[in-house]
Write a protein that binds this ligand. Structure first.
Ligand SMILES: O=C(O)CCC(=O)C(=O)O
Length: 326
């Protein structure tokens, strides 16, 4: 659906509240995503050059664009592909802390659209994930879950909006997400640990069955899928021959528990407060918009400093405890 003047209309907000998701086709002009896309291309090139120097990669597929290059590397040698993927996921490295990542997170067009859902005091979390879904790899197929399955329980009652942003048109063929509509007001579903790649899993039989059929959340480049933290969703295999690139970001109102102002690496009290208050203590929150206190808005430098001050906890030590899959 198209949005007008950069915001969701009253009817579109009502739809988001009723369905648990809303797909806006035109939040960005595709050119707005170009710096981020180029950043990924550069980072992939740097890592591949390193692998070439180490004698691990023979054909660097330098002529290929973002949609193809990593697929070629992965299919030539899975271990090399995994090394590039690991580089893209390093939380303290140059990929995740790049300038264009911050510029995307704090992009005025995104802030404007998201303000329709969370108001003008906007906090974003460092739980952003860059997802290259490589054809035939299976690694990026995320099982059914609610994002709140990963968050601390006391935030279940609050709205945290996931913005899922594709860098290529996301289609059924290349593994877009699936969403279960009208199922976000039933509290937290039972999650299990032990899904593929360490993901949490809601079993099919535990999904609500008296709601409309799941939908395929296809989304063009420039669009954003907005979802609540309680909306069950998953993603499907990529059966195309190009990579499905996307990034997902999480926004909330500043009135909802967060770790703004806390520096867990600097003192113990902050570390304790963070664990008691934040919706996702292992990662930093930042202010991206504030009418009340414009000085609190993160700059690129403060963004990097906060990201570095937090230590991601890893799958063995998640903020919320779930039983393993039988
Ligand atoms: O990108 C995907 O395929 C899945 C994304 C997802 O599960 C999420 O953003 O929570």
């Amino acid at each position: 659906m198209q949005i007008e003047s950069g915001r969701l209309s009253e009817e579109q907000i009502a739809l988001f509240q009723q369905e648990g998701y809303f797909i806006a086709d035109n939040v960005f002009d595709p050119v707005d995503l170009e710096p981020f896309r180029q950043h990924l291309e550069r980072e992939i090139a740097v890592k591949i050059d390193e692998l070439v120097k180490d004698g691990k990669v023979e054909n660097s597929h330098a002529e290929e664009a973002l949609e193809q290059r990593l697929t070629r590397i992965y299919h030539d040698n899975k271990e090399n592909g995994r090394e590039v993927l690991a580089h893209l996921a390093e939380t303290k490295g140059s990929v995740q802390q790049g300038r264009s990542v911050f510029d995307l997170i704090a992009h005025p067009k995104l802030s404007k659209a998201i303000s329709s859902l969370v108001g003008p005091e906007i906090v974003v979390s460092a739980i952003y994930r860059i997802r290259p879904k490589i054809p035939g790899s299976g690694k990026g197929n995320v099982p059914w879950h609610q994002d709140s399955g990963y968050f601390v329980e006391h935030c279940d009652k609050h709205l945290i909006v996931t913005c899922w942003i594709p860098l290529v048109d996301a289609t059924v063929e290349n593994g877009c997400m699936e969403i279960l509509p009208r199922s976000h007001k039933r509290g937290i579903l039972k999650h299990y640990t032990g899904g593929n790649s360490g993901f949490l899993v809601v079993r099919d039989e535990d999904l609500p069955s008296d709601v409309p059929e799941k939908i395929a959340a296809e989304c063009p480049v420039g669009g954003v899928v907005f979802m609540t933290n309680m909306t069950p969703h998953c993603s499907t295999p990529n059966s195309s021959d190009t990579i499905r690139w996307s990034v997902d970001l999480r926004f909330q109102s500043a009135d909802i528990p967060n770790n703004i102002g806390l520096w867990p690496d600097r003192n113990e009290e902050d570390a304790k407060a963070n664990e008691q208050i934040a919706c996702y203590p292992p990662e930093a929150d930042f202010v991206v918009c504030s009418e009340k206190d414009p000085n609190s808005v993160a700059t690129y430098e403060s963004f990097k400093a906060r990201r570095s001050a937090f230590e991601p906890w890893g799958v063995e030590n998640r903020p919320r405890v779930w039983a393993p899959l039988a």
